[in-house]
Design a protein around this ligand. Structure first.
Ligand code: NDP
Length: 331
């Protein structure tokens, strides 16, 4: 039987399939509401592992704005039943595999976004827990050069960045404006556009303290939205990627025939909105760029927050001021 270490950043805890306990600690809520509905439950049942799933000992997790929107009841009609253990993003170690699992084995270090559809029937037992069960196809091996905390912040945001660029038909030599360049998604759109797709020009918006971050991620032009309004500037772009909710202004600066990707807020034609689909093969495809350091995880410097401070971490995320990802580690 194999013995694996759960998290390099926490005291070594050896976990094997036969050691997996019946219950675990998890953050959960029984009613929709603000961050105060979250309670640390010490005895949640460890999820059963489906035949196409792996059970992961979570080493680190990350928060996304959709966790907050879901908790507020915005997607009630298509949500899983309460009580909910929230969390989409995680990195950890496989401790059990289902009978139909083909490529993963106990001891593998993986990361992923655990709910294939974010809004339609997301998992009731999410990643803000000591263990989570996830389909093999939704995860990938963790790049060796990054730690669990860095890896946990990537999946939902990088899959959104990638899917948006693909849907926009982005390709080498094109220009892009990223609205919200310092956020979880925007920080990865800048890097993928520049390092993976070969953009000719990347412009991005943020407030004054975050302009240096935009530059360090590869933005050629960093626009301070507290001083300049991007739609008053003469530049036009092949693609505008809106991670803020400025769809109406965004369409003013796209070239004729270009694309405007809208993640949130009202959609103005020719802008289009999509909702990310989780896909481990996208992570696997991008792993070489993460391994080489061409694309870097951005973990907000106020974190990582320990597992005991998930409420504080959500309160911080909900200020809308995060730089990169709000990460929970160790779990
Ligand atoms: P974050 O919480 O990481 O975004 C925070 C960032 O937004 C901060 O860096 C902040 O920078 C920046 N920001 C806020 N207001 C502005 C502004 N007016 N102009 C420029 N930057 C601004 O969020 P995410 O990146 O994770 O997500 C962004 C949005 O996209 C959310 O609404 C989220 O729900 C949605 N989303 C939708 C998905 C989909 O599939 N449709 C998938 C993923 C996310 P500063 O402090 O400088 O203002």
């Amino acid at each position: 039987r194999s013995v694996v270490t759960a998290a390099s950043s926490s005291p070594a805890v050896a976990v094997t399939a036969t050691d997996v306990p019946g219950t675990m600690k998890a953050w959960a809520y029984e009613e929709y509401g603000d961050a105060s509905v979250l309670k640390l439950d010490e005895a949640v049942s460890v999820p059963a592992v489906g035949e196409d799933q792996v059970l992961v000992k979570v080493a680190a997790a990350a928060l996304n704005p959709v966790d907050s929107k879901r908790r507020m009841g915005k997607f009630k009609a298509t949500d899983s039943p309460l009580p909910t253990v929230p969390g989409y993003d995680m990195a950890g170690v496989v401790v059990k595999v289902g009978s139909q699992v083909k490529n993963l084995k106990e001891g593998d270090e993986v990361y992923g976004h655990i709910s294939e559809k974010v809004l339609e029937g997301p998992k009731q037992f999410g990643s803000l827990a000591e263990y989570t069960a996830v389909e093999e196809k939704l995860v990938a091996l963790k790049p060796k050069s990054i730690d669990f905390a860095q890896a946990a912040g990537l999946p939902l945001a990088i899959e959104t960045a990638h899917e948006g660029l693909e849907r926009a038909g982005f390709s080498a030599g094109k220009s892009i404006l990223v609205l919200g360049g310092a956020g979880g998604v925007g920080s990865l759109v800048i890097q993928l556009a520049k390092q993976v797709y070969g953009a000719s020009k990347v412009a991005a918006t943020a407030s004054t303290p975050k302009l240096e971050l935009l530059k360090s991620l590869g933005a050629d032009v960093a626009i301070d939205y507290t001083k300049d309004s991007f739609d008053d500037m003469p530049d036009k772009y092949d693609v505008v990627f809106d991670a803020v909710g400025q769809g109406e202004k965004a369409v003013k600066v796209v070239k004729e025939g270009g694309s405007v990707v809208v993640l949130t807020g009202a959609v103005t034609p020719p802008g289009f909105r999509f909702v990310v689909t989780s896909d481990g093969s996208v992570l696997a495809k991008l792993n070489p760029y993460l391994e080489s350091g061409k694309v870097k995880p951005v973990v907000d410097p106020k974190g990582p927050f320990p597992f005991s401070q998930v409420v504080e971490a959500f309160s911080y995320l909900e200020t809308g001021r995060a730089a990169g990802k709000v990460v929970i580690s160790p779990v």
